[in-house]
Design a protein around this ligand. Structure first.
Ligand code: PGA
Length: 249
């Protein structure tokens, strides 16, 4: 089975000014200097350049938290893949549940965003995950399958391994209620099966868990055979906590 390099991403959401982002990176870099993992920071658009400039010559990659599927046009408030690439951004979070819920990001838009990101040379970090109601109704697998099929519909099977998938159960995001390692492993193994059926080289795809990952629970989650990394929200705002999660992987 191919080695999958662990992938630990800090999703800052709407946190940190340029000055705060700079302080964070300066504090983080010495703490993770020896890591062999992929360490990814996802700042708000305004702080992308500040993080990009500080991480040159390090292992840290930078991801945006969203992008529009069109190349340009009358889309007030949006940014395109090409605008991100120009800043030396390497990746982009797509389909985060907060964007699906509050900003009406649809599977139809995602079906265009994922191939657009790939074509531009950005690594998509595609988020999928079920609501609490769906889990209680035992619809978790159905939701994951539907999202993956829709959002990856326009991606050739041979390129699916270039997409990073983040399994983020909505009930675990920002709630302090982490999925158990068994629940996360089960869902992520299912995602891998769906990708395999879609014709992907599924053993190469990095699949992350996200939802209340903290220094105290990261090691047992990341020890699961199919969990290749973490998408960290709240605990990624503190360089000590985030470095501890990188170390746990
Ligand atoms: P959380 O957020 O770690 O604060 O639960 C995770 C995410 O939304 O990516």
């Amino acid at each position: 089975m191919p080695e999958r390099t662990p992938y630990i991403a800090a999703n800052w959401k709407m946190h940190k000014t340029v000055a705060e982002a700079g302080e964070f990176v300066d504090a983080l870099l010495p703490r993770i200097a020896a890591t062999q993992h992929d360490v990814v920071i996802c700042p708000p658009f305004t702080a992308l350049s500040a993080v990009v400039e500080r991480r040159y010559g390090t292992a840290v990659k930078v991801a945006a938290q969203n992008m529009h599927e069109e190349e340009s046009g009358a889309f007030t408030g949006e940014v395109s893949a090409r605008m991100l690439v120009e800043l030396d951004v390497e990746a982009v979070v797509l389909g985060h549940s907060e964007r699906r819920q509050h900003f009406n990001e649809t599977d139809e838009a995602l079906a265009r965003k994922v191939p657009t990101a790939l074509a531009a040379g950005l690594e998509p970090i595609l988020c999928v995950g079920e609501s609490e109601d769906a889990r209680e109704a035992e619809q978790t697998d159905a939701v994951l399958q539907r999202q993956l099929q829709a959002d990856l519909a326009e991606v050739e099977p041979g390129r699916i391994a270039e997409v990073v998938i983040a399994y983020e159960p909505i009930w675990a995001i920002g709630t302090g209620r982490t999925a158990t390692p068994e629940q996360a492993q089960e869902a992520i193994a299912f995602i891998r099966d769906v990708l395999r059926e879609r014709g992907a080289e599924a053993d190469r795809v990095r699949i992350l868990y996200g939802g209340s990952v903290k220094p105290g629970n990261a090691a047992e989650l990341l020890a699961q055979p199919d969990i290749d990394g973490a998408l960290v929200g709240g605990a990624s705002l503190d360089p000590d906590d985030f470095a501890a999660i990188v170390e746990a992987a």
